[in-house]
Ligand binder design. Sequence first.
Ligand SMILES: Nc1ncnc2c1ncn2[C@@H]1O[C@H](COP(=O)(O)OP(=O)(O)OP(=O)(O)O)[C@@H](O)[C@H]1O
Length: 297
Amino acid sequence: MSTVELDRVSYAYRGGGLAVRDVSLRIEAGEVVAMLGPNGAGKSTTLLLLLGMLPPRTGTAKLFGGPVARAVADGRVGAMPQAGGVPPRSSVRDLLEFLHAVYPRPMPVAEAIALADLDGLAGRTVERLSGGQQQRLRFAMAVIGRPDLLILDEPTAALDVQSRRAFWAAIRGYAAQGRTVLFSTHYLEEADDNADRIVVLDRGRVIADGTATSVKRMVTVRTVSVADQESGQDGGFERLPGVVAVARRDGRVVLTTTDSDATVLALAAAGLLRDLEVVGAGLEDAFLTLTGNLSGV
Ligand SMILES: Nc1ncnc2c1ncn2[C@@H]1O[C@H](COP(=O)(O)OP(=O)(O)OP(=O)(O)O)[C@@H](O)[C@H]1O
């Protein structure tokens, strides 16, 4: 029995195209999984389907081998959705005490406060917390019920670098207790640092799924550029090893490659190494490469 089991799930918002298309995904107990993808890839929609907040149009979603609604009602799922207000006038302690009373097997309020690094802020009202502190409170609210599965939608979006680090340390601490964690992010680096496995979504589909190392290898593309020598060397660049796209701009030939070493060696062998520049390409290019939409200009 898997913790998360999506079987060919699709979802369309009213009046929109398919936001999630035929997604199948299994996550086992104890895994920490990142869902990585650009804006609009379908990450939030997939997470909402798993929380029972949207019903699949086709396909089935199960948690712990049963209906999503049952797992949620049993308090086995903790969530930090992207949107969702926290009552501004309540204090941190009041909110957590309220939730403590709601869940069947909660952790002590003090433990949730410590885990979310909110010590010293228990008496403060929500409206007087900084953005980062509010985010940490939302985390405390998600874990206080000791959920077996924690679902976090871009949890660090509002945080600065320092709070980000503290936040991930708290999540890793929770995962280390054998809990399953699924989070979404735009950042390959964040996925790489904090997940055992990365599922890449693009336009509603799963386009890659594997260990951080294997996905990183797939999405790490570089741009190699040399001065355009106009030496009648028209074409041919796209046949160099690793090259997936060729563009010419500002007097340079710009090659997008999945194997920059091989591309540079081949350029050298062809006598074309003039004013070489190699830079890491952004994740956007990497997604385009993965989805086969990067074409030469
Ligand atoms: N409430 C909604 N009504 C209509 N369309 C929506 C709604 N929410 C999302 N969509 C559309 O569904 C698709 C998937 O959006 P979703 O929010 O799941 O992506 P995402 O990967 O979470 O993006 P982001 O990283 O920006 O949060 C997008 O095309 C988006 O425009």
